[in-house]
Design a protein around this ligand. Sequence first.
Ligand code: PBG
Length: 332
Amino acid sequence: MKPTVAPFPATRLRRARQTPGIRGLVRENYLATGDLIWPVFVREGKGEEEPVPSMPGVMRRSVDKIAEAAREAQALGIPAMCIFPYTPLEQRTEDCAEAWNPDNIANRAIRAIKDAVPEMTVMTDVALDPYNINGHDGYVVDGEIVNDRTVEALVKMTLAQAEAGADIIGPSDMMDGRIGSMRQALESEGHQKVMILSYTAKYASAFYGPFRDAVGASGALTGDKNTYQMDPANSNEALRLVERDLTEGADMVMVKPGLPYLDICRRVKDTFGVPTFAYQVSGEYAMIQAAAQNGWIDGEKVMMESLMAFKRAGCDGVLTYFAPAAARLLNG
Ligand code: PBG
C-alpha cells in the first residue's frame, strides 16, 4: 500500500508536533516500569554496599542488601532483577565448582529475593567467568575454550539456580548446544516452568569493560572472548543463532550490547516476532554517567532517550543499570 501524502502545504507534518497533548496522541512507543530488568551485583558480607568505581551509582551488595533492593524495586514497579556474583578470589578455580554450589552467593541472593518479595521475577546469569580462575565463560584446556565440557558444567549451574528459585535462566556463555541441554535438564528435573532468556546474539564487545571490574574478572581474563562471542561485523549470524536457540527451547532472546546493536534488535523482532530483549551494558551505562557527571549531557534525558530507543527498535524490554532511576522518573 502506497502512503497517501499530499504535497506541501496540504501536508505539514509539524501539525502533529505542536503541543504536548497532540504529540502524546500520535506517540508510537512507550517505556514503562514493566519493561525493565535490573541487573544487580552481589558480594559476601552483611550490610555491605560497595560502589563500583567504573559504574557510578552501581553497588556490589551483600545478600541482605540485595533483599532490601528487591523491596525497593517492587515499590518502584520493576518486575525483574538479574543477579551477578562478585565471587571471592579463593572460590575461583580451574574446575569452577563454586558455580553449581547450591549455597554460592548468587543462589543465596535468589533465595533472599524470593523470601523478601515472592512476586519478584528473578533472572540469573549462566557462565563460568565469575568462578573461573582465568576469567573465561568456559573451561580452558590447553589454551582452548572447550565447548561440550563447559555445557555440562552450565547445566549443573542451571539446575542449582532453578532449585534456588530462579524464574528465568540467562545463559550468557555463547557455547553451542547449551540451550537444548539446559531445557532438557530443566524438564527432566521438574522445572518445567523455569524460563530461558538466551543471550543469543552476544557480541565480543569492549563495552563490557566496567562489568568485568564489577565482578572482579578484569584482571583474571587471559586473552579475549572472540572464539565464542560474536564478531561485531556480523548481522546474519545473529539470525541463525536466534533460530537455533528457539529450536532448542529458548523462551526469549537477547541482543547484547544494546544501543550499538539496535539494528540487530530490529531484525530479530521482525524476523521471528518472539520476546526480544536488549542489554544496555556496563560500558553504555558508564559513558552516559561519565558525560553527565562532567556536565556535558543531561544525564536523565539521555537515559530516557536511550531506553526509548530500545522500544522503538522492537524490544519488549531492556536490562539496564538505570532501572531504578528510570522507574523513579516514570513514576513521576
Ligand atoms: C559474563 C557476562 C558479561 C556480561 C554479562 N554476563 C561479561 C562478558 O561476557 O565478558 C556483561 C554485562 C555488562 O557489561 O553490563 N558472561
